[in-house]
Design a protein around this ligand. Structure first.
Ligand code: AMP
Length: 436
């Protein structure tokens, strides 16, 4: 990794802006899944432990886009849904987050900081300000003491955030000594808090979560241990063309394609796929991908069987059939057992595995079976020595659903960012950080 990290800079007494990903599901003011918050804790804790005054900033949903949509449709828009206040309550009330600091390292009442005893939980040193920029924020930032944490309100409530407006970015940077990006999932977007701000802060570095992402993904991209097997699934080929091409260029040893994506390949080959999801305009691309894989010596594996339902009786008609027996009335919703076994077999002996996208419509049981089988096979290969990386909301959800999260080497917090990184694109939020 050629980017500086939080470990490369002196944080003592410094005001440190950490761009985190607190874009968490919230229902009736309660956090439904705190994975992303937990993911940011090591960096926050590291900063506090090293005497920083911490400013946390994140986005939550897409308030301005949703507001515009609601106006167009004449439906109600509830701005309260986009407040990060529930995250603040969560940070304060969860003493298990251990937002405390061991004493020392430049933090003492004499040096202007607060005394932080070893066992002292400092969750009461977490504050919230109801805006992202402006006088109120500036005042709160200027009053921060070492070891304290200030969470800003959702940055996307300002149009300047997503527009990467320079004036807005400059306001975010006011009073900030060190910028830390720990939000890998938004690093593929050049927004004010991921890119613009770096033009106005002297020192810009990666957080610990960002560092972990870049190390795992960077190694898979540039120096994978082989055999290297990639598994791609999900609905659309179109979303994944750049990553497929990059994986072929980098001569992944095996490329396994499942999910609805596979039907575009089958239809292009002349098979009947019934009412299964197909992107007709991607059929020529699918054929090109197959040619490219062949020329590069990459083994491209498609399903041989699938779980189908009759479109007239989707509840009771589920059965596994060979792809070639699909007729016009059937819909394919998952890979079949033969395919799951073939894919699992292809993962045996792998040393690097990258997985993005479900093998079927996994949100609807029992069409999660294929995806869960792959999750198990990836976990098993990891136990036998593979480095496994799972990215994308659906595949990560499947791994969690199967209780296998701790059996995967790295669960990437990025969806689009992971795919863009693996496609070889330079992420603007990473590019903007200081080089080592
Ligand atoms: P993507 O966003 O392209 O990764 O696609 C994820 C979505 O693809 C999930 O919501 C799955 O339910 C859906 N999906 C995967 N396979 C199928 C399938 N065979 N038929 C319908 N939907 C599918």
């Amino acid at each position: 990794m050629n980017k500086k990290t939080i470990k490369d800079v002196d944080l003592s007494g410094k005001t440190v802006f950490i761009r985190v990903d607190f874009n968490v599901p919230i229902k009736d003011g309660e956090i439904e899944d705190d994975t992303r918050i937990q993911g940011a804790i090591p960096t926050i804790k590291y900063a506090i432990d090293h005497g920083a005054k911490v400013v946390l900033a994140s986005h939550l949903g897409r308030p301005l886009k949703d507001k515009k949509k609601a106006e167009e449709k004449g439906t109600e828009f509830d701005p309260g849904k986009y407040s990060l206040k529930p995250v603040y309550e969560f940070l304060r009330s969860h003493s298990d987050l251990q937002l405390h600091s061991a004493a020392g390292e430049g933090v003492s009442p004499e040096s202007g900081g607060v005394a932080l005893g070893k066992a002292e939980i400092k969750n009461d040193a977490v504050f919230f300000v109801e805006d992202g920029v402006g006088e109120k924020v500036e005042e709160a930032v200027s009053r921060l003491q070492s070891g304290q944490v200030l969470l800003l309100e959702n940055l996307r409530l300002h149009a300047g955030e997503e527009k990467n407006d320079a004036e807005f970015a400059q306001k975010l940077a006011k009073g900030i000594d060190v910028y830390v990006n720990d939000a890998f999932g938004t690093a593929h977007r050049a927004h004010a808090s991921t890119e613009g701000i770096t033009h106005f802060v002297e020192t810009c570095v990666a957080g610990l979560l960002m560092e972990k992402e870049l190390e795992f993904l960077g190694k898979a991209l540039n120096n994978p241990e082989r055999p290297f097997v990639a598994i791609l699934g999900g609905a659309k080929v179109s979303d994944k063309i750049p990553v497929i091409e990059s994986l072929i260029d980098r001569k992944v040893d095996k490329l396994l394609i499942g999910g609805a994506m596979a039907y575009t390949f089958f239809k292009a080959q002349g098979y009947t796929v019934g009412k299964s999801l197909v992107e007709d305009d991607m059929m020529p691309t699918a054929l090109e991908i197959e040619e490219k894989a062949k020329a590069a010596g990459v083994e491209l594996l498609l399903p041989t069987d699938h779980q189908v339902v009759d479109s007239y009786d989707p509840i009771n008609s589920r059965k596994a059939i060979q792809i070639e027996f699909t007729n016009a009335g059937l819909v394919g919703l998952d890979i079949g057992p033969d395919t799951a076994a073939r894919f699992a077999n292809a993962l045996k002996g792998a040393k690097t595995i990258v997985w993005n996208g479900p093998m079927g419509m996994f949100e609807e049981k029992p069409f999660d079976e294929g995806t869960i089988a792959i999750a198990n096979a990836v976990a098993e290969a990891t136990e036998k020595g593979a480095t496994s990386i799972v990215g994308g909301g659906d595949s990560v959800a499947a791994v969690n659903q199967a209780g296998l999260a701790d059996k995967i080497s790295h669960i990437s917090t990025g969806g689009g960012a992971t795919l863009e990184f693996l496609a070889g694109d330079i992420l603007p939020g990473v590019e903007a950080l200081d080089n080592k």
